[in-house]
Design a binder for this molecule. Structure first.
Ligand SMILES: CC(C)(COP(=O)(O)OP(=O)(O)OC[C@H]1O[C@@H](n2cnc3c(N)ncnc32)[C@H](O)[C@@H]1OP(=O)(O)O)[C@@H](O)C(=O)NCCC(=O)NCCS
Length: 197
């Protein structure tokens, strides 16, 4: 994926100054520590459990192959949030990207998720993706509100689609956003390039 935005960059949030930077292999230990602080329920929207080193290592390989772009939010020395754009140029959906986002419980509600979502959205637009999706368990009210505020709308409900470690199944909602149409509308309003860096 072709990132054209400037990182690392400091941004102000209600939790204080946060550094945004693209995730690399050097972040492996810090991201593992971050993933292990997250409640398992907050990881159910992900296809695999990122608190397992093998899964994290596969994720880093995908970053290095350019299939995934992950942006980290760093507070002090610790990773407190991560926003990711996943896209497969060799699939039948080369124009579609999935956004995945998670923020540590301790800093939620302070604007970190908002900043990460805006940045990952802009990265996806910069990569020329035409449609974005995001999925989450239906009880993730903050995530649904956040994505809806960016223009995403519910497209599908997958019943009993994920099963937690205790064996309980949960429904997933899939939200979608036709960003190509959104960009065309922005240009019609006279703001070409407004959301690209
Ligand atoms: C979704 C998530 C990343 C938001 O992170 P956050 O740092 O708390 O987000 P912010 O503080 O920037 O809040 C962003 C918006 O979320 C919404 N929001 C935040 N907390 C909320 C809550 N408890 N209830 C309802 N909406 C809430 C608000 O619309 C807020 O908008 P505002 O900027 O106008 O206030 C975080 O809740 C999370 O990690 N959830 C678990 C993982 C998940 O399900 N991810 C979604 C999969 S893509």
């Amino acid at each position: 994926m072709n990132e054209t935005r400037d990182y690392p960059r400091m941004v102000e949030t209600d939790a204080g100054e946060i550094e945004l930077r693209l995730m690399t292999r050097a972040d492996e230990d810090a991201v593992l520590a971050f993933a292990r602080k997250l409640p398992a329920h907050d990881l159910l929207f992900l296809p695999r459990n990122i608190s397992e080193p093998k899964v994290l290592s596969a994720w880093i390989h995908e970053i290095e192959r350019g299939e995934i772009t992950s942006l980290l939010a760093i507070w002090g020395e610790s990773v407190v949030g991560c926003g990711t754009v996943v896209h497969d140029p060799h699939s039948w959906s080369p124009h579609v990207g999935e956004i995945r986002m998670v923020v540590l419980s301790e800093v939620r509600g302070t604007g970190v998720g908002r900043v990460l979502s805006q940045e990952t959205f802009a990265l996806a637009l910069g990569a020329g993706l035409e449609k974005l999706t995001a999925q989450m368990t239906v009880d993730q009210k903050a995530a649904i509100a956040l994505f809806e505020s960016l223009g995403f709308k519910a497209e599908a409900l997958l019943r009993d689609h994920v099963r937690d470690a205790a064996g309980k199944k949960h429904d997933l909602v899939v939200l979608g956003h036709n960003v190509a149409q959104f960009l065309a509308q922005m240009e019609a309003y006279g703001v070409p390039g407004a959301v690209r860096s």
